[in-house]
Write a protein that binds this ligand. Structure first.
Ligand code: 13P
Ligand code: SF4
Length: 305
């Protein structure tokens, strides 16, 4: 480790204690960011952690919608997003105005939104979900005549195939996960015939069709720990490979695509974490009216998921 990194880490840890802050990091974060975090997890685990923390400050090492979810759940805490440009492009593929128009076309529909959406879109939705609990939550919507699923068409399509529910899908997608091609998975499978392939449900259907398991990032971490397979092809953002290798030194992890990088996730660095804690900069605060409406959808996710 470079000396400057050691200094950054030391300063961050002591400032974190002084501010009574907790550092939460998503599984796609840079290795050094995962290492300095108090907790690393998937979107659902991170919201559960944020909901329970007794820290005064939450430093969210992830993307904007994750920090907003923490603000929705913890209005009295200061939530910091170390880089204000760390937004999820998929979350920006829907606006409240266009969602309202869609709701007008389907006035009886229940709206389920992926957590990868803005607080304002959550406020227009009935239930929120993550990739870890989307199937379970849709299964519960037995009384719904119609369901609108936003904004990820691929997760929505996957949930449809698992639940047998037809849903109105929004045409959003993750620019990182669509870089993972079916041919790449097939090639890795030919080269590693004993390997199991795990992919994220944000992948295209033809990629999902080749997978042994379709899992959230937290699900992948558990699968890797529990499986007897010694080689695992990983179809998601490559930041997760760091944690998989760290926790399972005896196993081999093969990224399905080296191009599956989420540039916004990588904006969070040791430098930006320390800077935001020093300056208490980039505070994410959801306006109260929006927060209360969005919280109804997020609470249903936490209760049901
Ligand atoms: P997880 O909830 O599975 O960690 O996924 C978050 C995400 O942004 C996937 O691209
Ligand atoms: Fe958004 Fe995709 Fe990045 Fe996840 S990996 S934060 S869905 S752009």
């Amino acid at each position: 480790m470079e000396n400057s990194d050691a200094e950054l880490i030391e300063k961050t840890i002591s400032l974190k204690q002084r501010r009574n802050a907790v550092i939460l990091a998503h599984n796609y974060q840079l290795g050094e960011v995962q290492d300095i975090a108090d907790f690393v997890g998937d979107s659902l685990e991170l919201s559960q952690k944020a909901a329970k923390t007794d820290a005064d400050v939450i430093v969210f090492c992830g993307v904007h919608f994750m920090a907003e979810t923490a603000s929705i759940l913890c209005p009295d805490k200061v939530v910091l997003l170390p880089d204000k440009y760390a937004g999820c492009p998929m979350a920006d593929m829907i606006t409240t105005q266009r969602l309202r128009e869609k709701k007008k076309e389907h006035p009886k529909a229940v709206v389920i939104c992926y957590i990868n959406s803005s607080a304002a879109v959550k406020a227009e939705s009935d239930v929120c979900c993550t990739s870890a609990n989307a199937v379970r939550l849709v299964e519960k919507l037995t009384d719904a005549e119609e369901i609108i699923f936003v904004p990820d068409q691929y997760l929505g399509n996957y949930v449809s195939t698992q639940t047998g529910r037809q849903m109105i899908l929004w045409p959003g997608f993750c620019p990182t996960h669509i870089r993972i091609q079916a041919q790449a998975i097939s090639k890795q499978k030919r080269e590693h015939p004993q390997a199991k392939a795990v992919v994220h449900p944000e992948c295209r259907p033809e990629v999902i069709a080749l997978a042994d398991e379709v899992l959230s990032t937290g699900g992948m971490i558990r699968f890797a720990r529990e499986t007897e397979a010694e080689e695992i092809i990983v179809g998601t953002e490559i930041g997760i490979i760091y944690r998989l290798r760290k926790e399972n030194p005896g196993k081999k992890f093969i990224p399905a695509s080296e191009q599956a990088v989420c540039p916004r996730m990588k904006l969070i660095t040791l430098e930006t974490i320390l800077w935001s804690l020093e300056e208490m900069a980039n505070q994410i605060k959801v306006p109260e009216r929006t927060r209360l409406r969005a919280k109804t959808a997020v609470d249903k996710m936490l209760e049901g998921g």
